[in-house]
Ligand binder design. Structure first.
Ligand code: SER
Length: 340
């Protein structure tokens, strides 16, 4: 039976911001892609897809159907509720972010057992796994390494941190007391900072003040920024984020010294982002309207992260610094998006 199934790459949450770019890149590299998303995919994504399943990653019967029909070698598990949305619906966030991931890891183990090869599960985690107690500590901490300050204050951060550990468990210790088990999950995780995309409108994230500011400027709308001007966290552009997922997926197993890797490209203050936005769109208006509750979340995230391990182990090297991000990616890309 296994020989008759089609070898594919599975992307969950394919209709989201990361999936939007990733699916096209995978298809362009010659992969057959199947997807799961709770909503039907837009034409710009579905045109790259062999089969699009509309449903939830928490639906075990859907995963069983996919297991029976396809030979999955790679899973990019992108489906999640982001940090702002998750604070309003923490139980739903746990269901999607944690139980969904557990189901996908079981699915990958069963897939691997059925075709006898490892299944690479690529998982985007987040800067939200960190939790710094106050601004003084944040300033003193500087660029934080992967294993420091893993005490998140958000539901989303708790979910992501636990799923990093679940993935590591499936890869290294799954059923360790059972004698005849062969572990088939090769779990690899990129911990993203804030991600800025020119191609899609942001929604549901607490780092979204950066992309929202630029998208509002391109639409000619004033923007009420929900953090203080001096707020600093790291960011990366979407093309560099997608390159990171693909590079980690392709890295030789024996080069990887960890399961979760920080990545980052630049770490501006909100005020610096506003100045670059006004340079690019001279009529842009950014008003400072900090929301103390969302501010508290961003203040608990590090001002920067240390990505030495990603650079060393699998050659992470982002193309865009903050100036190139605006000049070469965001401004032309966002102008294109809103040109009607
Ligand atoms: N961008 C994400 C969020 O704000 C952080 O991972 O939720």
């Amino acid at each position: 039976m296994a020989a008759m199934r089609t070898p594919v790459v599975l992307v969950t949450g394919a209709g989201g911001e990361v999936g939007h770019g990733l699916v096209g890149r995978l298809a362009g590299a010659g992969h057959a892609v199947i997807t799961i998303d709770v909503a039907p995919l837009g034409a710009e994504v579905s045109c790259h897809v062999r089969r699009a399943f509309t449903g939830s990653v928490t639906d075990r019967s859907l995963l069983e159907r996919i297991l029976a029909e396809f030979d999955v070698r790679f899973v990019f598990h992108l489906a999640a509720l982001l940090s702002t949305r998750a604070e309003f619906t923490p139980v739903a966030a746990h269901e999607v972010n944690v139980e969904g991931t557990l189901g996908l890891l079981e699915f990958a183990q069963h897939q691997g057992a059925s075709h006898g090869e490892a299944v690479t599960v690529v998982y985007p985690s987040s800067i939200a796994v960190y939790g710094l107690p106050d601004l003084e500590t944040k300033t003193a901490a500087g660029a934080v390494a992967e294993d420091a300050w893993n005490v998140p204050i958000t539901m989303y951060g708790c979910n992501k941190l636990y799923c990093e550990l679940l993935g590591r468990y499936y890869a290294k210790h799954y059923k360790q007391l059972t004698t005849d088990v062969i572990r088939r999950v090769d779990f690899r995780c990129v911990r993203f900072p804030g991600v800025i995309s020119a191609a899609t409108r942001p929604s549901g994230g607490t780092s979204d003040y950066a992309p929202e500011m630029v998208h509002a400027a391109a639409r000619g709308e004033p923007y009420d920024c929900f953090v203080r001007p001096d707020t600093r966290i790291p960011f990366i552009t979407m093309p560099d984020a997608i390159d990171a997922l693909l590079a980690l997926a392709a890295a030789p197993r024996d080069r990887l010294s960890r399961t979760a890797y920080n990545v980052r490209a630049f770490s501006p203050t909100a005020e610096e982002l506003a100045a670059l936005t006004v340079d690019a769109f001279p009529r842009a208006v950014v008003r400072w309207a900090a929301d103390p509750k969302r501010q508290r979340i961003v203040d608990s995230w590090p001002a920067d992260v240390n990505d030495d391990a990603a650079r060393h182990d699998w050659g992470f090297s982002p193309r865009y610094d903050v100036r190139a991000a605006f000049a070469e990616y965001l401004v032309p890309g966002i102008r294109e998006l809103y040109r009607t």
